[in-house]
Structure formats: C-alpha cells, structure tokens
Design a protein around this ligand. Structure first.
Ligand SMILES: [Zn+2]
Length: 302
C-alpha cells in the first residue's frame, strides 16, 4: 500500500475545490456550508436515531485508551507484514459502471462535534472541517499508523483470528491529508475522476484520516477487491469484527448511502459498545446508525 500511496507525484491541489464545494452547498442550503457539512468539526443538534448515552462512556473509554498508547504501540511486533506486491489496479477493471445518479442528498446537522470521537462520521457529504486534521495519539501499527485505542483493539482481533487459524494482514490504516491527496490522485490518473470517486476518497473526505480505519488484506490475495469477501480473512472479519469494536463500513449494495462500492476489506473502529449497538440496531450503514442522510456523492462534481 505504501507503494500505491507514493506512486503518484502529481501535485494537483484539491484544497480550493473542496472549499468551493462546501461554500456552494452551504449557499444552496441558505446556511453555513462548513457548519452543516463538517460532521466532525461542528456541533450539531440533529441526533434523531441512535443513542446519545454512548457518547459519555465512549469519551471516557477514549481517554483511558490514550493513556495506554505506548503499550499498544509495542504490542504489534509479531505481526504479519503488509502485502506489498499485488497491484490493485485490477480492482477497477470492472469499474465501468455508471456513477450513481442519485439526487443530491441534503446534509444533516452533525451528531458529533469532535473529529477524534469514536462516533465521528466522515463521508462524501461530511469532510473534516479542518481539512488536514491529524489525530494526536497515533501509534505504529504493522508498518502503518493508527490511533492507540483502535490499534490495541485490532491487535487483540488479529491475535484472535490467528487463534482461529486466520491471518489478517494490514494493507493500510491511517492516511494523512497529504497521503490521501496522493492516493486519490493516483486513482484519478489510472481511472479518471468519475471512477476514482467510487474507489477512493478525496483528500479531507477520507475515513482513513480519522486514524480509526483499516484496510485488511489476506495471504490468499484479493487485495482491495471484492473477492476479499470470500477469503478466510474476509469471512472471519465479517463474522467477528464487531466483537472487537470494528464495523464493515462500506457494505454490499449500499453505495447509494455510503458513496462507495462494497469494500469487504475496510473496517472502522467505533469501540465495542458502539459496535454492539450498531449490530443490535439492524442498521446497514454507519450513516443510518448515526442518523445522518445518505452521502452518495460529493456536493459538487469537481
Ligand atoms: Zn479503506
């Protein structure tokens, strides 16, 4: 994944276009676009569905976790190394499908004000308010970085999978704004923007920037491809990840809500409590669970 991130040297900036998107949508809605769109950067009051009781305990858990950041950092030594060889360009070979033509979904007020919250929702309608926001508690994680609490939980999960004879490899984890800019530009250069927008988030819009998302891989291959679902790792994660606080973020058949095709390799840490609430709720997407609108696409095409 490192090679992927660093393949592109294009330096085209997306800063101004992102600002313009928010400004334009905000104008269209007659309100401050930034305040409306920044799920993790502004305080909202629209929590309608999911429980609000989780917030307090979750904050406590996050605080507790950050105090043990250093121990989590050293816990991943016996890890399998990231898969580095397989090209993921083939993931887009079948990417000729048309872009979702869903009408523009109106952004909803955020239910979470802090980008470091485990409830933070980032998607195509909800970029980081501070575009280049960085977590303060990143730790080393299988050659990548992840927030301390998420890394500790993932270590436990990876060990549990190993006990079951399943190897979970880590393909990618935290990606900074700058790295995401390279990643996105790589996909644009390979596939064009229309397809790239279905495969990779624009910088400032990626869940990987939260430090809470992991792209897993498998010794069987199928890296960043739908067939990952059928690998031992993919099957194990689908069944067990919520027990360790991780949820499948981009499920099959939910592109109209999440904005992304099925990504059986991408898991998001929300903590055990929220993950259990998520499973119990029957929600099919984190958007649905948090109670925001769908985010099928960016507010503006460019
Ligand atoms: Zn991912």
């Amino acid at each position: 994944m490192k090679s992927l991130h660093r393949t592109s040297t294009a330096q085209e900036s997306f800063d101004s276009s992102a600002v313009n998107r928010r400004t334009l949508l905000g104008a269209a809605l007659g309100v401050g676009g930034t305040a409306l769109l920044a799920a993790c950067g502004s305080q909202g009051q629209g929590a309608s569905s999911s429980s609000s009781a989780a917030s307090a305990s979750e904050s406590a858990a996050a605080s507790a976790a950050s105090s043990s950041a250093s121990s989590a950092a050293s816990a991943s030594s016996a890890a399998p190394s990231p898969v580095a060889s397989a090209t993921s360009a083939s993931a887009s070979a079948s990417a000729s499908a048309s872009v979702s033509s869903s009408p523009l979904a109106l952004a909803q007020p955020s239910v979470e004000s802090q980008p470091d919250s485990l409830r933070c929702l980032v998607n195509k309608m909800r970029p980081f308010e501070q575009q280049d926001w960085e977590p303060s508690d990143l730790v080393e994680f299988y050659g990548h970085q992840l927030r301390a609490e998420a890394a500790k939980a993932a270590d436990t999960m990876i060990d549990a999978a190993a006990t079951d004879g399943v190897t979970l490899l880590v393909s990618s984890a935290y990606r900074s704004y700058a790295v995401q800019q390279q990643t996105y530009q790589y996909w644009v250069s390979v596939n064009g923007q229309q397809v790239a927008d279905q495969l990779s988030a624009r910088p400032g819009y990626s869940e990987h920037q939260t430090g809470l998302a992991i792209d897993f891989a498998s010794p069987e291959g199928c890296r960043l491809e739908e067939c990952y679902r059928d690998t031992l790792a993919g099957q194990w994660l689908a069944k067990n990840a919520p027990r360790y606080g991780y949820i499948l973020r981009f499920p099959d058949g939910r592109q109209s809500v999440t904005g992304y095709r099925f990504e059986p390799w991408h898991y998001r840490y929300v903590g055990v409590q929220i993950a259990q609430e998520y499973v119990s709720s029957g929600a099919k997407t984190f958007e649905e669970f948090i109670g925001t609108g769908a985010a099928p696409d960016y507010a503006s095409a460019s």
